[in-house]
Design a protein around this ligand. Structure first.
Ligand code: PFF
Length: 450
């Protein structure tokens, strides 16, 4: 089947998908949960999940997308026309992408605001007074207008890239931003590692402390593996439909998995040694990046302004290419179903997700009295986005892939119509049919019970 839209080359496909995978999850989330659940112990479990489950899910989304040449709902229906209800798995992916993007915009807006506050010197002016830094963050994130303004600026940047199209927008922007991101993270690693006493931070990150690796930590590792690789949301399925037909799906997925994991580890190396060297506790949790790091940068004198600006720019760059992939999945799905023009679909989802993002943002301030199951709107959607929706969609996808989709189609697609050797197939099939569904089921059941 002729490809409707595609990336121009294998490099372009890898860059765009790495752009989707590397995001706030790698730089904001991975380091603090890795530290929390036992450093090296967490890392070992995380690596198993990433390579044995995450990459398998990614390959299955790529195969479904490229084989079907459709967006999530129609892709499932095309590959198994006997039962159109499988399209619901695709729909679940779209719903998940929608809520993740709305929530992602909030943190991305904070990041954009912190780029501005670093460059303008507002953060530096707070000095090393932890109370002042946290008061600044609380005021910033709960004020009615400032985060909304930065959220809107960020969303407009994402919209402009999507309007540029698959090759000229997404691919070209990713090809520029990904190398920039690697340079930024390496510069920050060198700075962090050359500070006095940096070794303690490296030890914290890598030395395994199995006493901290609780059952909750194992679940967090699996959730993080899915989130970080952008699987279980239909996004990689849409990108899969853009992978050129001659590309090797296995190698492409492996490249993305390795790059995503390396960047997460490098982010930890950029953060923890600096935190320890400056005498802080790495226990900041989600606030590590917005509360502890500004303090760390402010101990570095004038150079701190430069490093703070570089760090928040790094975070923003990472967030842009991830948000792009989410908006692309929504746009492509909508346009395929309604026949609408690309610009109309992109604009529609830009407006709706931005509006919802504003509501989530306000739920930390003026709308904090609105609660669902005792949680603010932001916390509620955060829970849905991390514990329930992605594992559920991933489970549906992998059951379809392992048990419903005809196996000849899978082999034919993975071997590029018999022209590539697929020696890994036996193990891959075993993981896809048994290990991945079981692991996802355990995560879901435990998530629901707890
Ligand atoms: N993988 C991104 C991150 O680690 O920040 C988040 C993400 C992007 C999740 C795109 C899902 C997605 F479809």
């Amino acid at each position: 089947m002729a490809q409707q839209k595609s990336f121009s080359s294998n490099l372009g496909a890898i860059m765009a998908a790495v752009g989707s995978a590397v995001g706030l999850g790698n730089i904001w989330r991975f380091p603090y949960i890795c530290g929390k659940y036992g450093g090296g112990a967490f890392l070992a479990v995380y690596l198993c999940f990433v390579f044995l489950l995450g990459s398998v899910l990614m390959m299955s989304e790529f195969v479904i997308g490229r084989r079907a040449q459709h967006t999530p709902v129609k892709a499932f229906q095309t590959l198994y026309p006997k039962n159109k209800a499988w399209g619901l798995v695709g729909l679940l992916g779209i719903v998940t992408s929608f809520f993740i993007l709305s929530q992602y915009l909030v943190i991305s807006g904070w990041t954009t605001g912190y780029v501005w506050n670093s460059v303008s010197g507002a953060l530096a002016a707070l000095g090393t007074d932890s109370a002042a830094i946290s008061a600044f963050f609380i005021q910033f994130s709960t004020s009615p207008w400032t985060p909304v303004l930065f959220l809107a600026i960020f969303a407009v940047i994402v919209l402009i890239v999507i309007l540029g199209g698959v090759q000229k927008g997404i691919e070209n922007v990713s090809k520029v931003l990904m190398p920039v991101l690697v340079v930024l993270v390496l510069v920050l690693c060198v700075r962090s590692l050359t500070l006095p006493g940096a070794g303690k931070g490296v030890e914290y990150l890598f030395s395994p402390d199995f006493s901290k690796l609780t059952g909750e930590g194992v679940l967090a590792a699996l959730g993080q593996a899915l989130f970080s690789l952008s699987v279980g949301m239909g996004v990689m399925l849409v990108y899969g439909s853009y992978i050129p037909v001659k590309d090797n799906i296995f190698k492409t997925a492996m490249w993305i998995t390795v790059c995503d994991t390396l960047i997460a580890i490098l982010a930890g190396v950029a953060i923890f040694p600096a935190v320890f060297s400056c005498g802080f506790e790495p226990t900041g949790g989600p606030g590590l990046v917005f509360l502890v790091l500004p303090n760390v940068f402010n101990t570095m004198g004038a150079a701190g302004v430069v490093f703070a600006s570089l760090f928040f720019l790094l975070l923003m760059v990472a967030a842009i290419t991830s948000a792009i992939s989410l908006l692309e999945a929504l746009t492509a799905w909508f346009c395929e179903h309604t026949g609408a023009r690309r610009w109309a679909g992109a604009l529609l989802f830009f407006v709706v997700t931005t509006a919802l993002g504003v509501v989530f943002s306000l739920s930390m301030g003026s709308l904090s009295h609105i609660k669902i199951t005792g949680l603010t709107l932001f916390d509620f959607v955060d829970k849905m986005n991390s514990i329930y929706l992605p594992p559920l969609c991933a489970l549906g996808t992998i059951i379809f892939f392992g048990w419903v989709m005809p196996e000849e189609d899978i082999k034919d697609e993975m071997s590029n119509h018999g022209t590539l050797r697929i020696g890994y197939y036996g193990l891959f099939r075993f993981l896809a049919r048994y290990v991945a569904p079981l692991a996802l089921l355990v995560v879901l059941v435990t998530g629901i019970i707890s």
